[in-house]
Write a protein that binds this ligand. Sequence first.
Ligand SMILES: Cc1cc2nc3c(=O)[nH]c(=O)nc-3n(C[C@H](O)[C@H](O)[C@H](O)COP(=O)(O)O)c2cc1C
Length: 224
Amino acid sequence: MEFEALVRGRRSIRGYKPDPVPREIVEEIIEVAKGAPSSMNTQPWYLHVVTGEPLDKIRKGNTERMLAGIKPERDFPTKEAYEGIHRQRQIEIAVQLFAAMGIARDDKEKRTDWVMRGFRQFDAPVSIVLTYDKILEPAAISQFDLGAVSYGICLAAWERGLGTVINGQGVMQSAVVREHANIPDDQNILTCIAMGYPNEEFSANGVKSRRAASEDFVTYVGFD
Ligand SMILES: Cc1cc2nc3c(=O)[nH]c(=O)nc-3n(C[C@H](O)[C@H](O)[C@H](O)COP(=O)(O)O)c2cc1C
């Protein structure tokens, strides 16, 4: 696929067919994505590709602990809540997704159901958990590098007819993910990427998120 069409066409996928993803295809995707640049070529990423029973155990444990009111447990400090323009954009995508899914503002049951889907990584057949060595903390630069490889994974997957959604929801309870994905104690879990064949009938999959006008965030200096 032509690069620009690939970038413009990709969107996050939150409804999947149950069909398994062949391991060879995931391997191909990773071969492409690992071409990402990284700080001083440190390539600080580890990718734990999980499917089948271990993934089901992660979904179950993550959901049960969230439902039980156990505080999310991440491996590094995260911002509690967005404010201002960031909050506005967060609301905008939520409104778009809920409208597509026919979830009314006051429909608590459907809203909870949607959040639960997130904790199950949208029932995707594969999840790629991204980690880095704990010794790299404070790891902002390494997290940046993992971001680069993540986008490569999303694009290489999309080119092969596979959908993805990078999601923090799936690793809210990092201890559960660590246990079932066999993640060593000396690695920190950054996030995960749910992956699978898009369910075309799932309406949220058609949602195209908006982007700010470039003049809102770009400054040109020294051009005449
Ligand atoms: C670090 C990161 C974490 C994310 N976490 C979630 C999540 O927990 N649940 C979710 O539904 N989407 C999540 N997303 C997907 C974003 O909502 C999505 O990328 C954004 O709305 C832009 O939409 P697009 O990917 O369709 O272009 C996450 C994306 C990133 C980069």
